[in-house]
Design a protein around this ligand. Structure first.
Ligand SMILES: [Zn+2]
Length: 114
């Protein structure tokens, strides 16, 4: 139960601290990344409290995590490019989604340590 609570509390804290003006939309994007747990539906049983998700479910593998890191870095690739307002907005959204996914992986990873 604490695990699920952390999936809401940590994104909320990050949204409030780092995205002060737009914390609500940042928080929504961060928690929307929980959809990544849809890959649990491929597992049998779907839920197992004692299972380490990292490296087990397809969207929780190292390769998936590399993509999440690249997503987080998107705004840095275009740092010197002149972007339209819409492009900037999408860069931020992709970065936030990457951040949400990385937070998710870290929280799931904590379960593997216990
Ligand atoms: Zn997960």
């Amino acid at each position: 139960m604490l695990h699920i609570l952390l999936h809401f509390i940590v994104p909320l804290i990050i949204a409030r601290v780092f995205y002060r003006k737009k914390w609500k939309s940042a928080f929504l994007i961060l928690i929307a990344t929980m959809i990544v747990d849809a890959d649990h539906l491929l597992a049998d049983p779907v839920y197992n409290a004692n299972r380490c998700s990292i490296g087990f479910h397809p969207l929780h593998t190292v390769w998936a995590i590399v993509i999440y890191i690249l997503m987080f870095l998107v705004p840095y690739y275009f740092k010197s490019a002149k972007l339209s307002e819409i492009e900037e907005k999408w860069n931020r959204r992709i970065q936030l989604a990457g951040l949400g996914l990385l937070i998710h992986m870290i929280l799931d990873g904590l379960d593997c340590l216990i």
